[in-house]
Write a protein that binds this ligand. Structure first.
Ligand SMILES: Cc1cc2nc3c(=O)[nH]c(=O)nc-3n(C[C@H](O)[C@H](O)[C@H](O)COP(=O)(O)O)c2cc1C
Length: 249
């Protein structure tokens, strides 16, 4: 086992951090790694916003409905950024309808996710801890306002990081059989039975987020999440359209 894999298999989300600031040289490394991530068609259609303003952090924390967001030593928001390339074309006297298409949007979305994971790998390899924030999309229009995102951009994922002030247990994952198929999708006869053992394993896992509480079984978590959809999140495509992208539907 090499060091990279040891770090990756040891991954756990960290949500509480010490007061020790992230060293500027470490921050620079994390940003360089993210910037060097593979990028769809070479277009580099994703960008990062480092949030240092306390009021903005607080506003994002309210959108996320997660108070710990306001306390993150470092917070980077990864965004789709088609705006820059559209401007490169425009400032050279061109304007293309294709700037607005969903292909461009999803290239940026994928790039942003890969950059965020690559950054997280770098953060963890430096001994720090991190957590992703999909909750910035609880109200994507509000996040767009806070970050003053122009048309042809869109928030994707946040990463909060710093020096860990907690040491959570490794969170168990589903067995590989449920997530790895060969050649074609495999539909099982009985999913209740298929996750039974994993459900038991999850019930012995403690989530530090919820004051050291045991978590529900995976089955209960799935049912609760599906039972309580977020209306705003379900309407995300409306906000994507408002940002100037053409859904072509
Ligand atoms: C796309 C994505 C979005 C996430 N959003 C949040 C979030 O908004 N807040 C949070 O506390 N954790 C968030 N997480 C972390 C997950 O809750 C966490 O990865 C999962 O529970 C597994 O735990 P582990 O990372 O400790 O193994 C997110 C993870 C991913 C991949």
């Amino acid at each position: 086992m090499n060091q990279t894999i040891t770090h990756q298999l040891n991954h756990r989300s960290i949500r509480e951090f010490t007061d020790e600031p992230v060293k500027p040289e470490d921050l620079k490394l994390v940003l360089e790694v993210a910037n060097h991530t593979a990028t769809s068609t070479g277009m580099q259609s994703a960008a990062m916003i480092r949030v240092t303003d306390t009021a903005k952090k607080q506003a994002l924390s309210e959108i996320c409905q997660q108070p710990y967001v306001a306390r993150f030593p470092e917070l980077i928001i990864f965004i789709v950024d088609v705006y820059r390339n559209a401007r490169i074309a425009e400032d050279n006297g061109y304007q293309f309808e294709s700037e607005r298409d969903m292909d461009r949007f999803f290239q940026g979305w994928t790039d942003a996710c890969l950059m965020a994971q690559n950054a997280t790998n770098a953060i963890e390899s430096l001994g720090m801890g991190a957590v992703f924030l999909g909750s910035i999309l609880n109200d994507s229009a509000a996040t767009i306002q806070v970050l003053k995102l122009p048309k042809l951009t869109f928030p994707v994922l946040g990463v909060g990081f710093g020096w860990p002030n907690q040491n959570p247990q490794l969170k168990p994952r589903l067995p590989l059989e449920l997530r790895v198929f060969e050649n074609e999708y495999k539909i099982l006869a009985d999913y209740k039975e298929a996750v039974r053992e994993y459900d038991e394993e999850m019930q012995t896992y403690y989530d530090l987020r919820e004051a050291n509480r045991r978590v529900d079984s995976f089955t209960l978590q799935v049912i609760k999440k599906l039972q309580n959809p977020s209306d705003k999140r379900a309407k995300i495509l409306q906000v994507v359209r408002d940002q100037g992208f053409d859904l072509k539907v």
